[in-house]
Write a protein that binds this ligand. Sequence first.
Ligand SMILES: *Cc1c(COP(=O)(O)O)cnc(C)c1O
Length: 417
Amino acid sequence: MSAILEIGGVKATELANQFKTPLYVYDQNQIEDTLTTFVENFKSEAFPTKIIYASKAFQAVQMVNLVADYGLGIDVVSGGELFTTLKSKMPREGIYFHGNNKSREELDLAFKSWVSHIICDNIMELNVIDELSHQYQQKMNIMLRLNVGIEAHTHEYIITSHIDSKFGFAFESEECSQCLALLTDHPYLTFEGVHCHIGSQIFDLTAWYAAIDKLVSALKTFEQPLVLNIGGGFGIKYTDDDQPIELAESLRLLIRYVETALLEQDVTITALMIEPGRSIVGGAGSTLYTVGYQKQTPEKLYYFVDGGMSDNLRPSLYQAKYACDLANKLDAPKTEKVTVAGKCCESGDILITECLLPPAEEGDLLVTYTTGAYGHSMSNQYNKNLIPAVVFVKDGVAREVIRRQTLEDLLRYEMLD
Ligand SMILES: *Cc1c(COP(=O)(O)O)cnc(C)c1O
């Protein structure tokens, strides 16, 4: 008997039998432990704190319910994410609406459903929000997305002289002045604070510190205390090459930095907000595949699996790296140098370029770890592959939170005659 991977107390082989592969599996206790780490370490005596889950990392009604249970709010970036959130038990006041090109229809849905926080990206959007607030005669809190000219990249950061990102605007810009002018003494719109999001997979906090300095200086120009929202981007470990700072430590360091910056610049805030996505769900998720055929080329041994870029786009989109195992042969010696490839009709459909695995047989289970963020949420129907089920496992019990697509689902939107 070989050692078999267990997730949340259930054997991977049982999960595969019950729910089929490919399969997204989340260890619910691990998500909850991470949520607890956030809640316990992101707090200050000097100001209130708010943790907002950036739900584009992984969104499902049950997931939103879980983060609501821990008192977090939620970021949504589209009408679709907003609609899903409205079906959950997340309180309306916990919803923050982001995006650089929210349509009138999406903004209308926000007003209709009593969302009360919008992170505004540009003046044209603010004009639409202004119109809608008069039409609905309804209040809305507006945060401005600032481009601080800092881009974080894992271990380093770039201070960009031209701020050409599609997101936000510089505090010093004409566009920002126009936004602030529109918000001044507005009957419905309240200027709530400033926001920035400097990148993802941040391993070195100095970029964040630089961004905080910029935002705090911006806040100093206002008489009233406002919200300081410093975005998301906490790095996680995908492979042994990644060495992020421990999460609790990062949170405490950020809090301490903000406390000091506020004291030094003599600024008061109404709240400090962060928007973690990846770090909440990434590590807790794995994907199970069934190994099909193998192919030996002059240079490579391929293991083909029953999914690929349709359920995990990140390797083909930006060469993301993952670790893997044969889930039903955990203790077998890893003697083969392997390329793990998907079944999609693209040469770039490679999940793992090179890894060591035991010799495999058709029907073995292959697990890729750390697929919980931007896995399911970036899944697509290329080749009409079925989007896999999502299962939460907790204390030996597996429950499906999103069912696997069926062939019939593929035809749901087609006009058949
Ligand atoms: C994507 C995003 C986040 C979350 O980033 P992670 O790297 O997943 O933590 C937070 N805020 C904004 C505005 C984002 O676009």
